[in-house]
Design a protein around this ligand. Structure first.
Ligand code: 8YV
Length: 316
């Protein structure tokens, strides 16, 4: 039987690439020097797209594939897929929820701890001889017992809040409505600005969409304030990045810990000048165990689709 043709938007680890190549006729978009010419050549044969959360699939790609049936995203976020273009043609879309939830929550909490306790600077303090030459490392802010605000109590937000409870933080959250699965003692605060006023640590954990763009506005950022920290493990588009940079520069916001950036992997050079931001390379789901489970789910969704079976984790 002929293998279905799929377009692969970005690279995967070898342990995913080998079984993907075995099951499908794979056209590697990311290796093409002339991408429009590549799409014009293979587009008509393509029945599936395998992509990554941050890469998605834009309208031009989708329109270049007139026989496209399904897009399988390696990631929980599918905001970079043009869903309108998919809806117009009945193209199915899948993602990889659940398998990455705990790792993403772990990294968010680790970023909060690392940034609050100055662990990156403290590491340099040891390595560059400052400890021996200058003495004790400057004091940093306590974490436990403070107030956390979690913007978006979905799967990842819930796991973040659960972990933060273990650090004796007082939890408040915002979402479109109170959640019945929130633990006793977690306070619902509808308005993000009010949540920000309450929070020492403000976690951005909501799924990104056009509706949530810049939901963390200048007003929200300033409400977190000079003593507060913003942690973003969702998508850069959820935060007004210019307002964030202004506030970090002026110290209207105390600090930030970020795994996602507008235009990543390039980032606004203003970030590199700041000593009050922890920068991470969008790797919250980046463990062997989780990435293997994500890769498997990407393939399982494609396989189910081409076998005429129900998709495992459809979003459209
Ligand atoms: C990336 C992500 O897909 O789950 C998401 O939405 O953004 C990530 O897991 C991952 O970095 C692989 O590209």
């Amino acid at each position: 039987m002929q293998k279905p043709d799929i377009l692969q938007i970005g690279p995967y680890p070898e342990w995913d690439q080998i079984p993907l190549d075995a099951a499908f006729s794979v056209h590697r978009y990311f290796e093409a020097a002339d991408k429009p010419a590549f799409l014009a050549g293979v587009g008509a044969r393509v029945r599936g797209i395998a992509t990554r959360g941050e890469l998605g699939a834009n309208r031009a790609m989708i329109e270049a594939c007139p026989n496209l049936e399904v897009i399988s995203v390696y990631g929980v976020g599918f905001d970079a897929v043009d869903l309108d273009a998919c809806r117009e043609r009945g193209i199915r879309v899948t993602n990889t929820p659940d398998v990455l939830t705990n790792d993403v929550a772990d990294l968010g909490v680790a970023m909060m701890l690392a940034q609050s306790r100055g662990m990156i600077g403290a590491e340099s303090w040891v390595r560059d001889g400052s400890w021996a030459n200058k003495g004790l490392y400057p004091l940093r802010s306590r974490v436990w017992g403070k107030k956390a605000g979690v913007l978006g109590l979905g799967r990842i937000g819930f796991e973040v809040a659960k972990r933060l409870s273990g650090f004796d933080l007082e939890i408040a959250y915002s979402d479109i409505a109170p959640k019945d699965y929130a633990a006793d003692g977690w306070t619902y605060i509808a308005d993000p600005v009010d949540l920000a006023r309450h929070a020492d640590f403000f976690f951005v954990t909501l799924a990104a969409s056009a509706a949530t763009r810049h939901i963390v506005s200048r007003e929200v950022i300033e409400a977190v304030g000079p003593g507060g920290m913003i942690v973003n493990i969702s998508r850069a588009s959820n935060i007004d990045e210019n307002a964030l940079l202004d506030a970090l520069e002026s110290r209207a916001l105390g600090s930030a810990a970020l795994d996602v950036f507008e235009g990543e992997p390039a980032l606004n050079p203003r970030f590199l000048e700041l000593d009050n931001v922890l920068l991470q390379p969008h790797h919250a789901s980046g463990t062997f165990e989780t990435r293997k489970a994500m890769g498997q789910l990407v393939r399982d969704n494609l396989t189910a689709h081409f076998a005429g079976k129900p998709l495992l984790t459809p979003v459209l």
